[in-house]
Design a protein around this ligand. Structure first.
Ligand SMILES: Nc1ncnc2c1ncn2[C@@H]1O[C@H](COP(=O)(O)OP(=O)(O)OP(=O)(O)O)[C@@H](O)[C@H]1O
Ligand SMILES: [Mg+2]
Length: 147
């Protein structure tokens, strides 16, 4: 599915729509240049999931991971600075811990194949392309377990 967003509010709304469809164990990988709107989209996902503190969401660039509680918890990662994807424990990824929630990873596409093997779950890929100052092209694809 492709959407043209004309504002950060529209990107938030697109995230919110996706958030309403997600269920436990789903993984969302976000791709797009710096400032594309990945974190705005994640905020929308959080609100769609019913996370009360959705407004607190910002890029967890220095911690790699932030968790938000809710009926379905949200685990938000940013792999921009990540060098070694294999060292999952140091960044706090244990799929057994994360199974009960929704996992959202900014810059996750860098490691898409490893993540797919690792999580072995339904994965949504969200690509955000900067068209101009306020416009973005958002492409959402849903991938099932068999790749
Ligand atoms: N249509 C749009 N959708 C989303 N953000 C937009 C849009 N138009 C302008 N912006 C601006 O682009 C910026 C997006 O910031 P955001 O932190 O969400 O990007 P990001 O992709 O997470 O960046 P980073 O890679 O640094 O984490 C904000 O400053 C926002 O106001
Ligand atoms: Mg971000």
């Amino acid at each position: 599915m492709r959407i043209i967003s004309n504002s950060e509010e529209e990107t938030f709304a697109a995230g919110e729509q996706l958030g309403k469809k997600l269920s436990r164990g789903n993984v969302v990988l976000l791709t797009g240049d710096l400032g594309a709107g990945k974190t705005r989209f994640v905020k929308g996902i959080a609100r769609g999931l019913g996370i009360r503190e959705w407004w607190k969401i910002r890029s967890p660039t220095f911690s790699f991971r932030q968790s938000y509680t809710g009926e379905i918890p949200l685990y938000h990662f940013d792999f921009y600075r990540l060098k070694d994807i294999y060292d999952f424990e140091t960044i706090g990824i244990d799929p057994l811990d994360l199974e009960g929630g929704v996992v959202v990873i900014e810059w996750g596409e860098k490691y898409a194949q490893q993540l797919k093997n690792f999580f072995d779950k339904k994965i949504y890929s969200v690509k955000i392309e900067i068209l101009d100052e306020n416009r973005r092209m958002i492409e959402i694809t849903e991938e099932m377990e068999e790749f």
